[in-house]
Ligand binder design. Sequence first.
Ligand code: NDP
Ligand code: 2IT
Length: 446
Amino acid sequence: MNPKVEQFMAQVIAKNPGESEFHQAVQEVVESIIPFVEENPKYKHAKVLERLAEPERVFLFRVPWIDDKGDLQINKGYRIEMNSAIGPYKGGLRFHPTVNLGVLKFLAYEQVFKNSLTTLPMGGGKGGSDFDPKGKSDNEVMRFCQSFMTELSKYIGPNTDVPAGDIGVGGREIGFLFGQYKRIRNEFTGVLTGKGIEWGGSLIRPEATGYGAVYFANEMLKTKNDSFKGKIVCISGSGNVAQYATEKATELGGKVVTLSDSSGYIYDPDGINTDKLAFVLELKNVKRGRIKEYAEKYGCEYHEGKRPWGVKCDIALPCATQNEVNEDEAKTLISNGCFVVSEGANMPSTPGAIDVYLKNKILYGPGKAANAGGVAVSGLEMSQNSLRLSWTREEVDEKLHNIMKSIHKTCVTYGTENDGFINYVKGANIGGFVKVANAMMAQGYV
Ligand code: NDP
Ligand code: 2IT
């Protein structure tokens, strides 16, 4: 390891003990940025990297709520306000039992660079709870969301900090959260994104992350004069991001053969067509069932407790969670002919897996570039809320498409190496850094 990176990481680890995902996210970024900062010492003197690794503010609070049996339950609630150099804090809320400070800090840290890449004026934040919506009734989810927002409402606002969804937080949760904010503050504002279309939401927001990850993959393919046509695509997850990645990859001529959830994956060699995808949407978003039921309905293979990376494919779109592709799985993907990885999820590839992609010089789009479409359309939702009007589906989709092209271009600018290989990791990290760093330099030591 570069000794400067080692030195920097020793400090980050000492200051943030036990936060392994946060250490991982910071290390991936500083490996790209430290050489760049050495060439641009103004950033070094202003300790921009050190400041970026320290949240501006962290809230940690108790969330008491009553379950359907009448028993009191207590969860932890968090909001990390990471960096506001280029705009209000912006980033999702995750409700999942694995949520802890280190996980949310990794997500908030990534969000700062991602939001900068979108070209829109958004700082970075993230929040959530160790609450598990799985198996809870709608009323339990509502009571939890109301209690969570009762505290969170003290810290957020349309010009301060604008949360949205992430794992375990979709349209239902955003509705309950918005209702409680409006009730407490008596304000109808764009304080959250991912709202319903009838009450201030944006068209294409539900689709945006998945579509964006596919648009980004398509831009990478174009650099090789290639496209999705006739490609076999493996997707993990079956939630919001996976669903719309499946839709767009299929629309562009790919054949999506896998989806998964935390219990296992399905393999459908005939491809997940429009009708089958409609079944998945109903299964996951309305019935809240398991992906196994897809295999039962369509008579295809289901692999309990396994991830889909052993299936032969040309394109892999990890759309479930962090560290879901390890070094061995990355090697398997490549030996099976996979040459494109575009990350719908945040940090789905382990450092070992990323090394494998880079050594093999495949087209690898890291999450902070490839999945930025979601927050980008959140930014467009904020714009529409401020203007008090709404754009058409076509308008929003075109803006999203152009933003993904622009992010790709930024990665090419900062990531192209001497032999012509585009290192999208380096490109995304430096491209995201420059705007935030310049803003921090202009605003003094805050
Ligand atoms: P959802 O809650 O809609 O879906 C999550 C999916 O991932 C489910 O299929 C879930 O399975 C699976 N999953 C979650 N945790 C694990 C785990 N520990 N192991 C295996 N599978 C798991 O979330 P999203 O689709 O919104 O988010 C997916 C990823 O995309 C996350 O990394 C998120 O941070 C990222 N992302 C989301 C954006 C958005 O706009 N929603 C924007 C940018 C990135 P199960 O149902 O069994 O839990
Ligand atoms: O990780 C992410 O970018 C998101 N979960 C979306 C954040 C947002 O504010 O739309």
